[in-house]
Write a protein that binds this ligand. Sequence first.
Ligand code: ATP
Length: 269
Amino acid sequence: NFLSAVVPPGEIGVKFEDIGALEDVKTALNELVILPMRRPELFSRGNLLRPCKGILLFGPPGTGKTLLAKALATEAGANFISITGSTLTSKWFGDAEKLTKALFSFASKLAPVIIFVDEVDSLLGARGGSFEHEATRRMRNEFMAAWDGLRTKDSQRILILGATNRPFDLDDAVIRRLPRRIYVDLPDAENRMKILKIFLVQENLETDFRFDELANVTEGYSGSDLKNLCIAAAYRPVQELLEEEKKQECRSDAAPVLRPLNLDDFVRS
Ligand code: ATP
């Protein structure tokens, strides 16, 4: 359950520098979360610079929302708890309302903490009418109440960060509690190039490998699609070596020498 799922900032293992592109998103998160968590004294006076209790990351699948949430916790020096609908409503965990209460009281002891609600539409989505399970409805109400109840002191150090691919499925009550909404877009060619460089930095690439060409032929790919493409391409030289060994019916004891990756490996993958 979530009590054992807390990850301390030093153990998350993802930083902003591991995320290609999304510079505007990183800048916004720096102002909205990292600074207030790291330098609360700068945000304690007046009414203008109030820390925000909720942020929504929305955008197509695979664009790095989960990765951003984790890196944000590292950068803010905050503990990280990731929950989904099933964390709180699964029958194995018993009373969803009690669990929700426990989550918030636990969070205030753990602060600074980021509570990441992945697929926030499924946990706190539009009310399901008469078909909605009573326990789900109660859990959702409890979640909203506990969220509203965060004291000002806590709200500076507890952030609910929601992510969704389906922002239109969220109801108004949730949208209102997530006043800052950040669009995480598919990368354009220049940004695809930055992301590809992160994935391929340690690979053996052909000299003069054309990153720009690869970026141009991957229009519409998300960061996650690009990663899968790179994995598939990296497998090609391995596959060739295995086929060669099979043809020759022998396997040398020497360390295998794999040929460098070329653009064709990607285009064919
Ligand atoms: P979903 O909406 O489907 O949950 P998501 O937006 O949360 O997707 P992630 O789970 O963060 O996307 O991304 C999946 C994987 O894709 C990441 O673990 C990472 O390897 C890769 N990835 C996506 N975007 C980037 C990026 N901008 N830089 C580096 N890696 C990325």
